[in-house]
Design a protein around this ligand. Structure first.
Ligand SMILES: *Cc1c(COP(=O)(O)O)cnc(C)c1O
Length: 389
């Protein structure tokens, strides 16, 4: 049985081009880039190229890129940096729909004495911007708003928010892990101070990330030790993965058009066919401002986990709500924040495509889903007793 992988917001396949770029740096060129000898120095030269490649994808300067171990570390670093370098400011603003990498950190900071504000969203998942702007104060150290939501694909107006936040002299950070490679980003013409990205969401390996830090932004390192990354992130560089991330950044630039044409068309076809063929189904999130690869569809009156199990029997890999909330039967915090009714939130499935998906795969999913939903609904007392029985 073939695997039909439509769970790319959870992680992506490492591109063969990336594997090829990385391989020599495990075996032949294993030197430490900080070493004085030429053997290590040659690796240092490749890291410089990788930094330029990542900077180029973001329209940033190479010295504004700090390599980290993952998107989570980038988020933690950004928030800690803002708090450490503005020690008398005790207020943090973020949203109710952030990835756990930001949400759980800010909740923790709230418990240890910081004042926290979580901006709500409407039924479509759109942020209440007036609520956010009303809460900016001289005590606010940082505003952190994700660029695009991992569960629904909803894109937030981060540039507009960053401009308002900057007028107040407050640091603005965005978790752009889901946006990088899918939407054009130009930090040259931006008011965003810090931006997180993660390798494994854009066809580089797991365990590598980057934090963009605008030149002149006050910064304090999260990991302290050696002088690596200009003293902004200690620890011997993950050379092979950094080189892989550089190559993936290059590919992301090349693939951006395809992501927004072919991938988007497949996503749209999948979504409209499923809505047409499956009664009592609906899309979660803002259908307008949305990543090209993502659709979150609620199949009412059944359990997402049960749907995933039956999909898995056909080799179809997707997520219910968010990978981080599966294992519990609580609907995801994102769908709850949007006020999606429980009967719909429980049966929500996220399909997230990549450039590796084919039209045959999309047709296969369109073919397999309606009988899966029908079968589960026949077993669902909520469905049988409901208006659709
Ligand atoms: C995956 C993800 C992260 C975490 O990145 P890791 O590299 O897995 O730590 C953070 N934010 C968003 C929006 C994500 O999708």
């Amino acid at each position: 049985m073939e695997t039909v992988y439509v769970d790319n917001n959870a992680t992506t396949r490492v591109a063969p081009e990336v594997v090829e770029a990385m391989t020599p740096y495990f075996s032949d060129f294993y030197g430490n880039p900080s070493s004085m000898h030429a053997f290590g120095g040659s690796v240092g030269a490749k890291l410089k190229t990788a930094r330029e490649q990542v900077a180029s994808l973001l329209g940033a300067l190479p010295e504004e890129i700090v390599f980290t171990s993952c998107g989570t570390e980038s988020d933690s670093t950004a928030i800690h940096a803002a708090l450490q370098s503005n020690p008398d400011k005790r207020h943090i603003i973020t949203t109710r729909v952030e990835h756990p990498a930001v949400k759980n950190l800010v909740e923790h900071l709230g418990k240890i004495g910081y004042r926290t504000t979580f901006v709500p969203v409407d039924r479509q998942g759109r942020l209440d911007l007036d609520f956010l702007y009303d809460r900016l104060s001289d005590d606010t150290a940082i505003v952190s708003v994700m660029w695009a939501n991992n569960e629904t694909g909803t894109i937030f107006p981060v540039e507009e928010i960053a401009r308002k936040v900057r007028q107040r002299g407050i640091v603005f950070h965005t978790d752009a892990v889901q946006a990088v490679g899918k939407v054009p980003i130009d930090m040259g013409d931006s008011a965003i101070d810090m931006l997180s990205l993660s390798g494994h969401k854009l066809h580089a390996p797991k365990g590598i990330g980057a934090l963009y830090v605008r030149k002149g932004t006050k910064f304090a390192p999260f990991l302290m030790g050696g002088h690596q990354e200009g003293g902004r992130r200690a620890g011997t560089e993950n050379s092979a993965s950094i080189i892989g991330l550089g190559r993936a950044a290059q590919l992301a630039t090349e693939w951006m058009d395809e992501e927004n044409s072919r991938v988007r068309a497949f996503r749209d076809k999948l979504e409209s066919e499923l809505l047409k063929r499956v009664p009592a189904s609906m899309v979660n999130g803002d259908p307008e401002n949305r990543l090209p690869n993502t659709t979150s569809i609620a199949f009412e009156y059944i359990e997402g986990e049960a749907i995933l199990l039956l999909m898995d029997q056909h080799g179809i890999c997707a997520s219910s709500g968010s990978a981080c909330t599966s294992g519990s039967l609580e609907p995801s915090h994102v769908l709850r924040a949007m006020g999606v009714p429980f009967t719909a939130a429980h049966g929500s499935i996220r399909f997230s495509l990549s450039i590796y998906n084919t039209e045959e795969e999309i047709d296969f999913i369109i073919d397999k889903m309606p009988p899966i939903i029908e079968r589960l609904r026949q077993m669902s007392p909520f469905w049988r007793e409901g208006q659709f029985a």
